[in-house]
Design a protein around this ligand. Structure first.
Ligand code: SF4
Length: 375
């Protein structure tokens, strides 16, 4: 505990065990939200309430409403008193600020479709999901189980949705991540059009692309030319046997193919602009650390994402990693990355909410809106 501040220590605990919301906190949250909705809840790792602890550490806290599969027995509570929100449990305590949802969440666009079909904001970043479902299947990810794969969405509707998210009156997004769903071979061209349109319109504010490097899709020099900010090419797992069952399509592309792609992308963009996400808690720690080493030795940025079992997936009853396992993974990965002159990502403070990374604490003039709930 000594190596960590209270909010840092609590971050691991909350990621692993979640929190219940006290009646007092729930009452104040109801006044701060339009309809009692407190979480974007669009993806396995974003199913919780976004808090900032002690004005520093961002954390996506699983709650019973969206993760009844493991938040039943938590000792932690999001509570409220005269000074505002706070989290307590296990003799730990930290002041908390609540991240309210943007106004556009839950509304429909001019085409009559929910804007959240296209975009969802977390912290200061809007995530654009260009495909309906995913042409691949990873059993830790809810996307292929929420929607059957049906190609790429109309690009104009996505551009309109992005503009709405970037100008939201409550929570305007400050940068963009194009993510969520891999296109099938017949739709590769359409996906490239999405990258071209989004980068042409919005590149100056920072557009990241997270994608499986399927054949012919990612032309890194062309994306660089268009102004892409960062690429995220997610290795997810290292263990070959596990990968073959948990993420069979990605596994077919092979680990070596991903590593070669990372290396080539780093050659074009520089390693600091190429990151790779790893799921922590599905495979043995040694395997995760081998992956950290393989990413960092190529000068790229490893990002550790704690496995959070999603109720919609075949892995819904798998146990999430313990807080202690998360701490050990973070500490050892940080040392390995550091030995290659690399730091764990992501670098953006609000975007650390669902990863094993601490915030830099750097304050900006355009911080996301947060509610202390003080009376
Ligand atoms: S490829 Fe990505 S979006 Fe598709 S199922 Fe796997 S993790 Fe989810």
């Amino acid at each position: 505990m000594k190596a960590y501040s209270a909010s840092q220590f609590l971050k691991f605990e909350l990621l692993a065990r979640g929190a219940v919301i006290s009646p007092a906190a729930r009452k104040v949250l109801a006044t701060l939200t339009r309809d009692g909705r407190i979480s974007p809840a669009d993806y396995a790792s974003t199913s919780g309430v976004i808090l900032r602890l002690d004005s520093t550490e961002w954390v996506n806290v699983p709650v019973k409403e969206n993760n009844p599969n493991f938040v039943e027995e938590t000792p932690y509570t999001l509570d409220h008193a005269a000074n505002g929100f706070f989290v307590h449990g296990n003799e730990l305590e930290a002041q908390a600020e609540f991240w309210p949802l943007p106004l556009y969440h839950g509304t429909t666009g001019a085409n009559g479709r929910p804007l959240n079909n296209y975009v969802v904001t977390h912290g200061d970043r809007v995530r654009l999901s260009p495909t309906i479902g995913c042409a691949m299947e990873c059993t830790f990810c809810n996307i292929p189980y929420d929607d059957t794969y049906a190609g790429v969405k109309p690009v104009e509707a996505m551009i309109v949705a992005l503009r709405t998210a970037l100008t939201d009156p409550i929570q305007p997004a400050r940068h963009i991540l194009i993510s969520g769903g891999t296109p099938g071979p017949p739709h590769v061209r359409q996906m490239q059009d999405v990258y071209y349109r989004v980068l042409s319109e919005f590149a100056p504010i920072g557009v990241d692309i997270m994608m499986a490097p399927i054949a012919g899709l990612l032309d890194v020099p062309a994306l660089d030319e268009l102004g892409v900010n960062e690429l995220s090419i997610n290795l997810e797992l290292w263990d070959d046997r596990l990968a073959a069952t948990v993420m069979r399509h990605k596994h077919r592309q092979s680990r070596e193919y991903y590593l070669d792609f990372l290396e080539r992308a780093a050659g074009v963009l520089g390693g600091q602009r190429v990151r790779s996400m790893l799921m922590v808690g599905i495979e043995p720690l040694e395997s995760t650390l081998q992956a950290v080493e393989a990413i960092a030795v190529r000068g790229c940025v490893p990002v550790l994402s704690p496995f959070r079992p999603d109720p919609a997936t075949p892995m819904s009853s798998a146990p999430p990693p313990t807080a202690e396992a998360l701490r050990v993974a973070f500490e050892q990965a940080r040392v390995i990355a550091g030995s290659h002159g690399v730091t764990l990502g992501p670098a953006c403070d609000p975007c650390t909410h669902n990863t094993l990374t601490f915030a830099s604490g750097t304050r900006r003039s355009n911080e996301p809106r947060l509610e202390r709930g003080a009376l």
